[in-house]
Design a protein around this ligand. Structure first.
Ligand SMILES: [Ca+2]
Ligand SMILES: [Ca+2]
Length: 421
């Protein structure tokens, strides 16, 4: 007992004190030599290393710069939350390698919705640089953590149940005080997650609130923030978190599949078991809106009511794996995802080839204002119109301007450029 404890301490001490990490066989050999050396050497060691490490003294992994650990960045809260039930392997962000693809509608499906004349043509070749992308949409848990931190830092304020930047005029997000579907509570002092929906995607979040979240998260992680919160311009040269461009979003959603170009990330089959769409038969399709599912729910697993506490009666629900080749979940369905770009209906006719960032000014909608792009469809709208990987949608159609479509199906996911070039 004493020997094994001593050996563990010696191993720990060797690892900490030696500039070069030793191989396990070398350590075993050295331990044997030290044991055989007897008590004298033990005493020398004790007296000569007053800072003898405790067993919990972990040796930092060598060369583990944040840029080289994309799988653990961006979601510091999610992994530590006991209430969040993540499918195995969901850890934050993945690398989307640089490349070239044909952006747009290869199937002639972009004209089927009379409300949305085809804005997905001409199909055009686009190149995007390597970047990191969130494996899932940002959750209520993550956004609520931001809200409370930003409140304590004096960055935001609440007026009539709506969150704004301090003295700002743009709504960041809604709370339950303002709208019944919000999962964010506000008691005048702090924000809370309601209805046990911490692992569901944030809804009721505006483009400005998504951008502000990106800036805050950048600072928390030691990166340079991308957005000017007065002009709302995005500085793409910064290494912080931001919203994806439309091109990045579509490129990532396709998962490297170009032969042929599919309608959905996994193929041309609108499989209801691979995404949270209407009529997926999922156990969240009951009770008050929104009928979101936990992020990454469609992972091919057999899920149980005992684990998730869903409102539906069924004890279990078998999903299909809706992740794409990059390991991204819910690119189809669950919630719309804000992109950084202004929505330009005819943008594809003059989009640049290299890393397009959207038009300088968006198409003016019937209310005379430009809006940002949302992508990927959602739990409320059907597969064919909205959740095709090429589909583009304007935020105008999803806001309070249309009383049938409040922001209960709008969320976002984050990206960050690859600072390694
Ligand atoms: Ca559903
Ligand atoms: Ca989505």
């Amino acid at each position: 007992m004493l020997g094994s404890c001593w050996c563990a301490r010696l191993e720990s001490w060797l690892g900490r004190c030696c500039p070069i990490k030793l191989g396990i066989t070398e350590i075993i050999d050295m331990k044997r030599q030290f044991i055989l050396g007897g008590l004298v050497l033990f005493i020398i060691l004790i007296s000569g290393c007053s800072g003898f490490p405790h067993d919990q003294g972990e040796i930092p992994e060598q060369g583990a710069r944040p840029e080289e650990k994309p799988a653990s960045e961006g979601n510091p809260a999610k992994e530590s939350s006991p209430e969040v039930k993540q499918p195995a392997g969901l850890k934050g962000m993945v690398v989307i390698p640089s490349g070239e693809f044909e952006m747009g509608d290869h199937h002639g499906l972009g004209s089927e919705d009379p409300k949305h004349p085809n804005d997905e043509v001409p199909v055009h070749i686009v190149r995007v640089d390597q970047f990191y992308m969130g494996i899932t949409e940002v959750t209520n848990h993550q956004y609520c953590e931001y809200l409370n931190a930003a409140l304590s830092q004096g960055l935001i304020e609440v007026r009539n149940g709506l969150v704004y930047g301090v003295s700002g005029s743009y709504v960041y997000c809604e709370t339950r005080e303002a709208v019944p579907y919000s999962r964010i509570g506000w008691d005048g002092k702090m924000f809370t997650i309601l209805d046990n929906k911490g692992d569901h995607p944030m809804v009721g979040v505006m483009w400005y609130g998504a951008a502000a979240y990106c800036n805050w998260l950048s600072i928390q992680n030691g990166y340079n923030s991308c957005y000017d919160l007065l002009s709302w311009e995005c500085d793409f040269s910064k290494n912080g978190f931001r919203l994806p461009t439309e091109a990045e979003w579509e490129y990532a959603a396709r998962g490297g599949q170009y032969d042929p170009y599919y309608i959905f990330p996994w193929g041309d089959d609108a499989d209801n078991m691979k995404a949270n769409w209407p009529n997926s038969g999922d156990p969240y399709e009951t009770g008050p809106y929104p009928w979101t599912t936990p992020v990454g729910f469609y992972n091919g697993g057999l899920h149980h009511k005992a684990d998730f506490g869903w409102p539906g009666r069924q004890d279990s629900y078998q999903t299909s794996d809706g992740s794409n080749a990059y390991g991204l979940y819910d690119m189809m369905g669950n919630v719309w995802e804000w992109c950084g770009d202004w929505y330009g209906r005819d943008y594809y006719s003059f989009s640049p080839y290299d890393n397009p960032q959207g038009p300088d000014r968006g198409t003016l909608m019937p209310d005379g204002k430009p809006y940002r792009v949302v992508r990927g469809g959602n739990w409320y709208n059907g597969q064919w119109g909205h959740s095709r990987v090429a589909n583009r949608n304007c935020g105008y159609y999803r806001g309070p301007q249309d009383p049938n479509h409040p922001y209960y199906h709008v969320g976002f996911r984050i990206v960050r450029r690859d600072s390694r070039g």
